[in-house]
Design a binder for this molecule. Sequence first.
Ligand SMILES: [Zn+2]
Length: 123
Amino acid sequence: MAEDGELAEAASDDARAARIAARRREVESQLREVEGQLAELRAARGALHDDDEHDPDGVSLSSEWSRLEGLRREEAAALDALDEAAARLARGEGGTCATCGRPIDPARLEARPGATSCIACAA
Ligand SMILES: [Zn+2]
């Protein structure tokens, strides 16, 4: 994977790639959990009659559905962002901002291995 030379940098890229992969597994399992809850909710909803719009259970199911659906979208977006960060890292662009091209603060990458933009651009 790493080209010859720049061993120190390759090592830190490897460490970051490992952190991205670890974070990805976390997000992926959270995503699976949310999808499982959505599936349960879908089943519970299906058990209600369609014309039970005014049923209090129907209302709370709907708001729970919105909440879970929002969570699912967030997790999916986080996965995409991590994939992009991993791809940029593999191209040797992991340390530069995707927006302005300036170096990303290493402390930021430490805290958020999936970051693809500098603090100024992310703000
Ligand atoms: Zn930037």
